[in-house]
Design a binder for this molecule. Sequence first.
Ligand code: B12
Length: 253
Amino acid sequence: MKEKIRSFVSAMGVDDVGFAAVKDYNSPKSPELESIFPGARSLVVMAFAELDNCESENMQIAFNGRMETMEFMRSCNYKLTRFLNREFKAKAMSVPPSYPLEMSYQTKGSVGDVSLRHAAVAAGLGSFGRHNLVIHPELGSRVLFTAVITDMELSSGNPVEKLCTDCNACIEECPSNALAAEGKTHVGRCLKTSQPYGIGANIEFWTKFADSHPEKQKEMVSDVHFWRLYQAGFVGFQYFCFNCIKTCPIGRE
Ligand code: B12
């Protein structure tokens, strides 16, 4: 079964694939997989190389690399889900690579329904680094993950040893000091730099707008800051920082 899945995934152009039994997936903050998919037994996790775009100082080009990758990831998710239905008569459900996310006061939109990092680690596709991202043995930190949950009995891949060398480049190059505490990314700090036109900026803008005189309101919507918020509104969660990924030397020597 695994070999058939591997060759299907590889033929799509995906960089790597791994398998995790549900009992080995352990993400303390995410909901139980059983609550998402009763009868879930395994996760098929796919790894995708981040494009060189992430190195560009031009944020349109840098984020466009992510958009292309995410589009490809979503397409592979759909194709793999249908392949598992057809080939093995399995029930399968795809996992969002990024959003939609549960928006609640409890999670503050920062906890995935399935944690793809924990899934990747359980599938033997990498190990956590000091930047709290999963490092893949070949792709290094420039890797994204997606997954399909299935009711198929698939055993987990072998764990990957620690690949991070604790060089601390990610910590030093983080513009918002979000990685100061070991094992915990400071979400608020990361968001401020990585998503300057995200929900925080929107709340600030519209609160100020509501309190302003109509003349000031006209001025506000004619300002480039509003144009950027407007663009982010349909682009989606738009990242303006890739430092922890691009400064990591693993796999780049
Ligand atoms: C919400 C989210 C965010 C939020 C919140 C991040 C957070 N604290 O989890 C924000 C906006 C801040 C964010 C930022 C980024 N994200 Co993000 N994000 C997600 C998302 C959608 C959900 C994450 C989640 O559920 N977190 C909550 C729970 C699971 O985390 P946790 O239990 O608190 O675990 C944390 C720590 O305890 C630690 N940790 C847990 N176990 C262990 C074990 C060891 C040994 C160590 C050292 C650490 C450690 O790691 C976590 C980080 O704080 C995932 C996609 C997904 N569905 O998984 C992508 C995802 C995690 N993001 C990703 C990326 C690439 C980024 C960014 C680089 C942004 C960018 N430019 O692309 C930064 C990196 C920030 C960083 N260095 O931590 C990738 C990571 C790929 C990889 N190689 O690991 C993912 C998996 C998306 C994907 N499809 O590939 N992200």
